[in-house]
Design a protein around this ligand. Sequence first.
Ligand SMILES: [Cu+2]
Length: 272
Amino acid sequence: MRKFWCLFFMFWPMLAIAVCVVAPTNGWWFPSVAPWELGQQIDDLFNLLLIITTVVFIGTQVALGYVLWKGTTVKTGGAWFSHGSHNLEVIWTILPAIILLFISLYQMDVLARIRVMSQFPEQARDAPVAEVSARQFEWRIRYPAPGKKLMPQPQPTDLYTVNDLHVPVGKPVMIRLRSEDVQHSFGLPELRLMQDAVPGLVIPVWFQSNTTGKYDIVCKELCGWGHYKMQGELTVELQEEYDAYLQALQAKMNDDGFSAEANNAVAQSNED
Ligand SMILES: [Cu+2]
């Protein structure tokens, strides 16, 4: 019976490792290759952490398995109690500290590029494309009118939309991220990007996509009952399509409900 329990408890970590080995080849891993260099560097950091934790996991599970198996062969006598080992405790305090220090130094460059505004590409920093305001349970988006710059304060000519963010392809773009109520988190899983939206703060966020397409915008902070449906869409398109989108949005916002044809018809009937 002891052997059964030993094998039973060893089965689960082995299953976990087996799933992790087959997952990447079955598409149970990241959504797709990140469409920008920084996203790929974030994946590299993730993989580094995965390697470190896998080594630690396998090491501890092998040690656990060894102790369990050894226990199955003990015929007589009770368990052996230890009051601890000073040397062992020093080792397993210093070793993780060194590993954590290494990780924190190693990731600093990528973190700075993504978080520190002075390291943002100048092109993105100088001309934010939109202000994204999170609120329960949607993403409100404010664009500057075509040919204008996004101002910190809303302007009468600004264009508004909900859950529909458009950006040009192949260019670093910056948004100003805000929250109108509680804490949310602006997440672009395909781009490996995540930034909390904090009430009272305007947080600059930059990213770039080198491929056109539509990507999910998701809220990554539990923000209320409707958190699950707080989804938007990021459309990455050619510069001409992006310009046309803003022109169309402007035309739509300036439409007073009467189309040119309807106005002509009214004028015609007045003449009759
Ligand atoms: Cu939210």
